[in-house]
Write a protein that binds this ligand. Structure first.
Ligand code: NAD
Length: 699
């Protein structure tokens, strides 16, 4: 049963019991409705309490029911809330820990509410591109006041119950319990105290006005519209709350319902819901179940105190895990530690980190030049130069000193993790942990599973990723893993666009208008154009037949590596990041075109975006087919968290699904006709071709 009923004297207590957060799925709604009817039918019962077992009152909708028909099956949430309101006996919500979304809407339908301090209270629907659909926009403003309610509905952020209880004139909580522990007893006493009180109070009957009326909502629309970044839901939230102040309750409910249904169908909401599900799914590995026990990791070693090593170390220091950094020379260690200090000091200066916390974190950091000092570490992450010879030396030394069972991880971005594992006598303990730069900031972590990597190593690293607040996505072993393998094709295509007639700023603008945080050329300047150059040089020998634009090589031959050299595809002023279009670069591109005998043509934004995004999609389809990624949502997570793909488009795979794979393939066929492009580039991956032909989508 997903909800139980028990009587205590003349009070019936209905306890939601649907772990982990008492989601209001069909079975739970049905059970509560039945218990409610039973309590009403029982002459000995004078009052009813609804509460939640375990870690929550209720977290709202049951995510296991997302998109399934049972989500709407009667009794739906609206009907349940109506049944609560219509109960002839008083219903008291006893709220603790988590009271969110539908959970809060259910509580608002109860006649009384008593809350434990420390409860996180929220209507987070806006984060999924929708609005509360079971009266939240109509009842919360009545209970909490228009402004406070609108802030909660538009931000979706949780607010602690004790803060809400201080809101002037609030009717959200009739009583605050002294503590979570005393909630049950206090709720019981409260229910008994109101058992005979009539009429039963209903939030729907409370007045709902803002003293400034229209002027306030004009102001709210301006504010929210400015921050909504093209998402439709926040402004709809304002409109729904405004309706609460202007319409009769039932008309306001109808307004909310219509807005809710319309928002459900927007591509933005579909993308956000996809992201929500994909993020959860990414943390699960099909063959690594809950029965696999992770290894304990309470200390870490990092080899290499350079750009990545320092950032990686910070993640663990932030999580309270001691880190020992190893370098070959003292001055490299000193530089690494100084950079970490500088990063923390900048955070302290900005008020983002308290000075004592900074000291606590630094106290967890130690350094060494001697591998023998690493023998007690539970895990080591290597971030030395990207050369197989160097990795070999390091892993052989680690194999010699690390204790049995220690996890040996490499931060390599391109090298074969299986080869690295074979430098040791314990390939089952070796894994790739591909952080993104800056490693202390970027959310993405590609966890590279080697052919021998043990399941408990995977479970450990996925758990650690959560601890250091990363979004971990599992990748198989291949050159570039998921993200960089795809970006290589995107960069190739960006090169062809330059040859055919675009300028870097035109390409960047089109892509940024599509919603990317940064176009390919600004991104190249940020990451360093020399990185791509090194990869291309390798490819020229590895894959001599592959077509590349040489424009980027010419740029690098001038030493224009990007921001770090003060010049790349753009010019930069000292200490500034603003990309200034470069006459010199545009001339270089035009001259190169002439050498190739190309007459430039004007290329529209739509073609630019399609060619770049579909180049990602096609490579991703290969990646999926080869099993490098196990599901398309994982690929989307990589691009949303590591490559600035627009969130509201839900990642390249979700976007392709939205466009329709048939249309994607049709466009690719058109691009293949372009003699200046590369026909083989646009050969649809077999999986893409198959799904398109069958009218299916990426899963
Ligand atoms: P880096 O040059 O900034 O730092 C490498 C550090 O390793 C240097 O401080 C060097 O002194 C030290 N080192 C070299 N050989 C060593 C050895 N034998 N023992 C101990 N220390 C040694 O390089 P980085 O950018 O931090 O890259 C490190 C690794 O991370 C590479 O494998 C790279 O491919 C990968 N990576 C880099 C990025 C990035 O954007 N920079 C992103 C993801 C992954």
């Amino acid at each position: 049963m997903t909800a139980q009923i028990q009587t205590h004297g003349n009070v019936a207590v209905i306890t939601l019991n649907n772990p982990p957060v008492n989601g209001l799925g069909y079975a739970t709604r049905l059970a509560v409705t039945e218990h409610l009817a039973a309590a009403n039918a029982d002459a000995a019962v004078k009052a009813i309490i609804i509460t939640g077992a375990g870690k929550a009152f209720s977290g709202g909708a049951d995510i296991k029911e997302f998109g399934l028909p049972t989500a709407l099956q009667e009794p739906n949430l609206l009907s349940l809330i109506l049944a609560v309101e219509n109960s002839a006996k008083p219903v008291v919500a006893a709220i603790h820990s988590v009271c969110m979304g539908g959970g809060l809407e259910l509580a608002l339908g109860c006649h009384y509410r008593i809350a434990a301090p420390g409860t996180n209270v929220a209507l987070p629907e806006v984060k999924l591109g929708i609005l509360p659909g079971a009266g939240g926009t109509q009842r919360l403003p009545r209970a909490l006041g228009v402004e406070n309610a609108l802030n909660m509905i538009v931000s979706g952020e949780p607010v602690k119950s004790e803060l809400l209880a201080m809101a002037p004139g609030q009717k959200l909580f009739d009583k605050m319990a002294a503590s979570a522990e005393s909630l049950a007893a206090e709720a019981l006493a409260f229910a008994q105290s109101v058992a005979d009180a009539r009429p039963l109070p209903l939030v729907r009957n409370l007045p709902c006005k803002h003293p400034l009326g229209d002027a306030y909502f004009q102001f709210a629309r301006n504010m929210v519209g400015g921050m909504a970044k093209g998402y439709p839901a926040p402004l709809k939230c304002v409109a729904a709350v405004e309706a609460a102040t202007k319409k009769k309750f039932d008309d306001g409910m109808a307004f909310e319902r219509e807005a809710f249904v319309n928002l459900m169908w927007t591509p933005e909401s579909r993308a956000l819901r996809h992201l929500f599900m994909a993020e959860r799914a990414a943390s699960k590995i099909a063959d690594v179940g809950a029965d696999v026990t992770p290894r304990p990791v309470s200390s870490l070693a990092v080899i290499g105190a350079g750009t990545m090593g320092g950032g990686i170390a910070m993640n663990f220091l932030n999580a309270g895990i001691p880190v020992k950094m190893l370098e070959q020379k003292q001055d490299a260690l000193d530089r690494g530690v100084a950079t970490i200090r500088k990063n923390y000091e900048a955070q302290v200066k900005k008020g983002k980190l308290k000075a004592d916390k900074y000291e606590q974190r630094m106290a967890l950091l130690t350094t060494t030049l001697d591998y023998a000092d690493l023998k007690d570490a539970d895990m080591v992450i290597e971030a030395v130069f990207e050369e197989m010879g160097v990795k070999e030396k390091v892993f052989k030394q680690l194999d010699a000193v690390m204790k049995p069972g220690a996890i040996l991880a490499s931060n390599t971005s391109t090298l074969d993790v299986d080869l690295i594992a074979n430098f040791t006598k314990r390939p089952q303990d070796v894994v790739g942990t591909h952080f993104f730069s800056p490693a202390n900031v970027m959310k993405l972590l590609e966890v590279v599973r080697g052919k021998d990597t043990a399941k408990d190593v995977m479970a450990t690293v996925m758990g650690l990723a959560k601890k250091i607040k990363k979004t971990a996505v599992v990748s198989g072993v291949c050159d570039g893993f998921i993200g960089n393998r795809m970006i290589e094709q995107y960069s190739r295509q960006a090169g062809f666009l330059l040859e055919e007639g675009c300028t870097p700023q035109q390409v960047d603008k089109a892509v940024e208008k599509f919603g990317f945080a940064m176009g390919p050329f600004r991104m190249g300047d940020l990451a360093g154009n020399d990185i791509g150059w090194a990869i291309r040089k390798r490819r020229y020998t590895e894959k001599p037949g592959m077509k590349y634009s040489k424009t980027a090589d010419l740029l690098c031959e001038l030493g224009r590596y990007g921001q770090k050299t003060g010049a790349g595809w753009y010019d930069y002023q000292a200490g500034k990041r603003d990309a200034i279009p470069s006459e010199l670069v545009n001339t270089l591109i035009a001259d190169h075109r002439k050498t190739l005998g190309i007459t430039p043509r004007k290329i529209g934004d739509e073609e630019i975006v399609q060619r770049l995004v579909y180049s990602l999609v096609n490579e991703a389809a290969h990646i999926l087919q080869e099993g490098i990624a196990s599901k398309s949502g994982d690929i989307d997570m990589v691009y949303l968290t590591g490559y600035g793909f627009p969130i509201y488009r839900g990642g390249p795979m979700n976007y392709a699904n939205e466009v329709g794979l048939f249309n994607v393939v049709q466009a690719m066929k058109r691009f293949a006709q372009n003699p200046l492009d590369d026909a083989s580039f646009w050969q649809p991956a077999p999986l893409l071709a198959k799904l398109a032909a069958e009218g299916k989508t990426f899963q």
